[in-house]
Ligand binder design. Structure first.
Ligand SMILES: [Mn+2]
Length: 453
């Protein structure tokens, strides 16, 4: 079976995280195919939450499936279990059980009722115990006792499976986390646990050694390298590669890996460079997806994070799909739709990132808009939601940057300990109306960096 490597962006995925996961999984797939190893490994794009509307749109337009939603990268029972256990009916005999064990070369069988529901386990150990108990009657030099043992053993062959099966079996669900099941399984009487589906049918067997020496899940991180923004369980996973354009943070690995971090406008730019470095052709649908991410991450190449390399790669992708990049970028932004029908929660949280500063956790959210006035009309509602986030999650400060793409600046709406922002930006934080920050378009370069310094 091919091993799976997840390619995943950060929490609260933005278009760069989604598109980079899709693009990089495609590139890696092509690379292993070229090496004739396609059967060995499968690269699966994944995401840690709802897609932004522009991602849903660009993927749909290009006939590409949405990345798979994952909640964590902990190892699950289904990752370590032996699937499809060999089963036997409760009415079958021990002779049939023995033959099945031998035929399939397994140590235990799942005993099931007429409807296929799990009743118990029959194991080589149960048979051995039956055998040993039969020999109890043996007395040396007494032919009669030998005959008794022999007939007891022959009887055992005709015994029903239901009489000898173990019913005190530890039951697991395939979505259970291995780390939560290890202790219980080791403490359980039997060597094996059984994995049941919702209908009570056996779908897997897990042994003690399965859970004590399990392989970690392999993950490629795109567009982040910070634990706080990564999938829950990342410390329990094997990060095999990182492609990013953010500050170097705290994800650590056991082995040397490819860690490609460049101070460019988007991760999609780096992935485009990687396609070219490896001479893998970019098909138009993938080019469109990557270009959409360069455009959203660099605010149509206007953000101070946009470099000449981003412009060159954008042009390269634009040529593949035969589009003017600025026009295409505006079209992508328009698919985000207006803010009118959006809840304050979505407006604030859709693109929000947590940062640590000393003992404090801060939330910096960004809403890029073509209708700043429309967003500011809802200021009271937005501020109430920011205060709710502080109350619920204990942030020291929440800062929403409402970025006006056309005017090329951001309105700051700040709640919580406003002194953090006052110190970082030398401003007097306005409790009403917010603060207009001309030229501030980049959360990473112009906001987070200044606050974290
Ligand atoms: Mn990015």
């Amino acid at each position: 079976m091919a091993k799976t490597i997840l390619v995943v962006g950060h929490k609260n995925p933005d278009n760069d995280s989604i598109s980079s996961a899709v693009g990089y999984a495609y590139l890696k797939t092509q690379m292993v195919a070229r090496e004739g190893r396609a059967h060995e490994v499968e690269y699966v794009p994944a995401r840690l939450g709802k897609m932004p509307p522009e991602s849903a749109w660009i993927l749909e337009q290009n006939g590409i499936a949405a990345p798979r939603v994952i909640k964590h990268v902990h190892v699950r029972v289904r990752d370590v279990m032996t699937p499809d256990p060999v089963s036997i009916s409760a009415d079958d005999t021990m002779l049939q059980a023995g033959r099945l064990l031998k035929k399939h070369n397994v140590r235990s069988l799942a005993v099931e009722d007429a409807d296929g529901r799990f009743l118990g386990l029959i194991s080589t150990r149960a048979i051995a115990e039956r055998y040993i108990s039969a020999t109890d009657a043996l007395e040396e030099g007494d032919p009669a006792s030998s005959m008794a043992v022999a007939s007891s053993l022959i009887d055992s062959l005709n015994q029903k499976v239901s009489e000898l099966m173990a019913t005190n079996v530890f039951v697991l669900d395939e979505e259970d986390l291995v780390k939560d099941s290890v202790e219980d399984l080791i403490a359980s009487e039997l060597r094996e646990g059984i994995v049941l589906d919702d209908d009570g049918r056996a779908i897997g067997i897990v042994t003690r050694s399965d859970v004590t020496t399990y392989p970690k899940r392999q993950v490629i991180l795109v567009d982040h390298n910070e634990t706080l923004q990564a999938a829950p369980g990342i410390e329990d996973a094997d990060v095999v590669e990182i492609i990013d354009h953010h500050r170097i943070a705290d994800v650590s690995t056991a082995n040397p890996i490819q860690f490609l971090n460049l101070p460019l406008g988007s991760t999609a730019t780096i992935i485009t460079l990687e396609f070219r470095r490896h001479s893998i052709e970019i098909p138009p649908p993938i080019a469109a997806v990557l270009l959409s991410a360069i455009m959203t991450d660099t605010v149509i190449l206007k953000s101070p994070t946009a470099t000449d390399i981003d412009r060159e790669q954008a042009e390269y992708l634009g040529a593949i799909i035969g589009r003017d990049v600025t026009e295409f970028g505006l079209e992508v932004f328009k698919t985000r739709g207006g803010e009118n029908n959006m809840s304050a929660k979505d407006l604030v949280e859709a693109d929000s990132k947590e940062f640590h500063s000393g003992d404090d956790t801060l939330l910096i959210a960004q809403r890029e808009t073509v209708d700043l006035a429309g967003v500011m009309e809802r200021e009271a509602e937005i501020r109430a939601h920011l205060r709710k986030l502080i109350a619920d999650r204990g942030y020291a400060m929440v800062l929403l940057m409402v970025t006006d793409i056309m005017a090329e600046g951001s309105q700051f709406i700040i709640e919580g300990n406003t002194r953090i922002a006052e110190k970082a930006f030398g401003i007097e934080v306005q409790p009403e109306g917010g603060n207009w920050m001309p030229g501030v378009l980049s959360r990473k370069k112009q906001v987070a960096a200044r606050i974290l310094n």
